[in-house]
Write a protein that binds this ligand. Sequence first.
Ligand code: ADP
Ligand code: MG
Ligand code: ZN
Length: 483
Amino acid sequence: MSVSDYIPVIGLEIHSELLTKSKVFCTCSAEFGGEKNTRCCPVCSGLPGTLPIINQTAVEYAIKAGYALGCEISKFSVWDRKNYFYPDLPKAYQISELYYPICLEGAVPIEYEENGEKKTKTIRINHIHLEEDAGKLVHDDLNGVSLCDYNRCGVPLVEIVTEPDMRSPEEARTLVETIALLLQYAGVSDCKMEEGSIRADVNISLMPKGATEFGTRAEIKNVNSLKSIYRTIEYEIKRQAQILDRGGKVIQETRRFDANKGETKSMRTKEDAHDYKYFPDPDILQVNLRDEDLERIKASLPEMPKERTAKYIGMGIPEKEAKIIVSDKLISDFFEDTLKAYNNPKSLVNFINGEIMRRINLGEIDMTAPAFDAVNVAKLVEMSDTEKVSKNDAKEIFREMAEKGGNPEEIAKNRGMLIVTDTSKVLEVIESVIAANEKAVNQYKSGDVKVFGFLMGQCSKSLRGAATPKVIKEELEKKLASL
Ligand code: ADP
Ligand code: MG
Ligand code: ZN
């Protein structure tokens, strides 16, 4: 058999850190980075005798994540201890939720392209649970000694567990991208892959086409970029197909992905829940939610991608363009800000999806900290629309703004790009162009309107920067009509 005779079955466990200011059971800062071991206290570093206290915001953010992914929220959830021994976990257990997680049964629609074809599908979410993150081992140098950084210990995270509903690397990649966007819009996670604030365990098995039962799966831990998720799955499909082709059996095990080699390697045979000796944490209260809590949290959910897309389409923006803007929250928020300064959605979208995106793709703009601001970009687009600057000059002005900020009006003035209409000069030029082009004028008068462009061109040439094309056109038409 070949790879194409098997159907891959994929389920993901997506971990995403929540954007709370403090950690989930203590008041230490949950911010990324910091000098090693400076954001720790007796609670998150696991000293005996300390007592954890639940961070209410972390619970609310997990609920918001649940709503964003179409889940039912459980009014009753319980914290459990997941026991395992590894140096990144100073207590030797992780506080998590096994039996009564906070969110149940969700659904996330995805849209993607495969083999040039547009496809849609809904991926079911089994549940979302809340837990604390572990620390980080630093293996850098130090004569073969590893050190622990506990700053990340106790940062709240949600684990989103999907049903095994995906059937291709593209579906899995799109799901993670879609979930990241939903969590960003919900305002509960920044989902920065490069800072490890979203990562996925990839579960994958193969079954022969036509089979009804799933095969044995491998679980690839901690895959931390969209590209790696895609490559991990591609690699596993090939690896497992080869085993099955030989008549072998895939063993249920935990593997890791080596991005440099593009391969997965066995880490250990798969552990079961009983290996972790889960039991309810006796130090932490169960979470009981009231209807009014849930209603309040649901109502506090900001505008989500679907609503924003619909709103933009309602403004007359083509669906494709609207989706491009919404697919990046920073861009979409930026667009919202420009709209407040200049209410011309179509023009703004053209400029953002054109010129701004182009420079982002060239790596010239970092939207997390752009040199320009929304008000000035709005002003620039308005200047271009009202022909105070030419379209080309607007791009040139923006190039400067992208590099060092500034006010487009001043830049245009300094660089001689500002078009200031001087009507008497316009009339003077029109007179002389008409006098010098008697033949063309007569052609026009006898009904050959094509020569208008020629006359217009003659006027524009002598009026560069002294009048907008609109004024020249109007004055020329008036003059010709009066002859
Ligand atoms: P465990 O309790 O062993 O961790 P779960 O039932 O919680 O297993 O499933 C973990 C993940 O593995 C889920 O995302 C699920 O969709 C996925 N999964 C389960 N069975 C399979 C399978 N046969 N092939 C691929 N993925 C699977
Ligand atoms: Mg599991
Ligand atoms: Zn702490």
